[in-house]
Ligand binder design. Structure first.
Ligand code: EZ4
Ligand code: CO
Length: 403
């Protein structure tokens, strides 16, 4: 089955998405997600200018060979833009392969290992009371796992802590980077107080999660982990920036608090120290940023040997196409942990009709052949690309810091 054409579609139904559509000489088509939030057009160019011309005429069913061709062949290996471009093509090819087999994608990955995929959603708030209310309300909507974030009193709300975070992710995207303020010494004593109140309100049956968003140093993260131990979090996410994987050794020495990291990783080589030394419990790579279904499966299979479980990143900027691929992998692998799910705008759902479905805290991949997500190009035309940046963060004295 030969690849005859590949189209790149950039559209913004609430936020920017980069989607590829692969055409074959058998009439089958497949789509893939190549979105890198805030850097979207670089992936579109990488695909149009450098990848697509090399793939015309190749056998669409050779997913592994094409993955290696784009990875090893580029010479410049890894990196978020390269891996998102590879990911987009890989998802589209798996979509075509599963459609050719007339099966949902999960069947080609080993079939179902579980009945449903547990998700967590986000609650943010300007103070502890508001977060507690939000978590109680979300529990009533059937969620078994909830991420809780709170603003620091006296500082403006930061990314992920505003009210109704589900939609705020869109509202916090700016035409130029917004400048946020961060103060570790005000944050560290606040978070244990939040989780104490949360456990008082909802008990220990529900999984509670917290995202530090790379804002601490290893020893600060170790302190926070220790302070949170009585409240038994499902995980502490991105406690430190993880370019220095060895940093997790310090956190691990001090706390039994389970740890998750990896939403900005794009290759298995970002994870080797973390996984082989069992420094983390959950690996947060996601199909779009880690080289598609092929890249994701390699990392999760490697992680399974070391008792590390999957936890695909799933914010609103991971398109419904990548979300679909994640769900097929989630349901098929043995070492599934949890799936992040922020939900999407109505316009996003209108643009990406899909067979996967969400109900009261759990996702299902659906039974449509392929990954089950399509793109309505007429709808895409209604929502042109709009420049959008993630924020940056500074300390109170103006020093630029991680966020
Ligand atoms: O900051 O998706 O756990 N989720 C997150 C996200 C990320 C954004 C970056 O594009 O931390 O909200
Ligand atoms: Co995160």
């Amino acid at each position: 089955m030969k690849i005859t054409d590949i189209k790149v579609i950039v559209a913004s139904p609430g936020r920017n998405f980069v989607t590829v559509k692969v055409y074959t000489d058998q009439g089958l088509t497949g789509i893939g997600d190549g979105t890198v939030n805030g850097r979207e057009l670089s992936v579109a160019s990488y695909l149009k200018d450098h990848v697509i011309p090399t793939l015309i005429g190749k056998d669409a069913l050779r997913t592994e060979d094409i993955w290696q061709y784009l990875y090893k062949g580029a010479y410049w290996r890894r990196g978020p833009i390269t891996m998102a471009a590879i990911g987009a093509i890989d998802m589209a090819l798996w979509d075509i392969k599963a459609k050719a087999a007339n099966m949902p994608l999960y069947q080609l990955l080993g079939g179902k290992s579980r009945d449903k995929v547990m998700v967590y959603k986000h609650v943010g708030g300007l103070d502890i009371g508001e977060v507690v209310e939000g978590v109680v309300a979300m529990r009533e909507q059937g969620l078994d796992a909830i991420r809780a974030q709170v603003s620091i009193p006296g500082l403006p709300p930061i990314y992920g802590t505003g009210p109704s975070t589900d939609q705020a992710a869109g509202g916090m995207i700016h035409p130029l980077p917004n400048e946020e303020v961060w103060a570790t010494h005000k944050y560290l004593p606040l978070v244990p107080k939040l989780f104490e109140k949360l456990r008082d309100a909802v008990g220990y049956d529900v999984h509670l999660l917290h995202d530090v968003h790379h804002r601490l140093t290893p020893i600060e993260a170790a302190r926070l982990g220790k302070d949170l131990e009585p409240f038994r979090l499902f995980w502490l996410e991105d406690a430190i920036p993880a370019e220095l994987q060895e940093g997790f050794r310090i956190i691990r020495q001090h706390t039994t608090q389970p740890l998750a990291v990896g939403e900005v990783f794009n290759s298995i080589f970002d994870t080797t120290t973390l996984i082989t030394e069992q420094l983390i419990d959950y690996i947060r790579v996601t199909s779009v940023h880690a080289g598609g279904v092929t890249g994701l499966k390699k990392i999760f299979d490697f992680a399974s040997i070391y008792h590390v479980r999957s936890a695909c990143h799933g914010p609103m900027d991971v398109s419904p196409v990548a979300m679909g691929c994640n769900i097929h992998v989630d349901v098929a692998i043995n070492n599934f942990g949890i799936q992040e799910f922020s939900g999407y705008t109505e316009a996003t759902h209108e643009m990406f009709p899909c067979s996967w479905s969400y109900d009261r805290g759990y996702l299902q991949p659906g039974e449509a052949p392929g990954h089950g997500v399509e793109i309505d190009e007429k709808v895409a035309e209604k929502y042109p690309y709009a420049p959008a940046y993630l924020p940056v963060a500074r300390l109170e004295d103006g020093t630029l810091t991680s966020w």
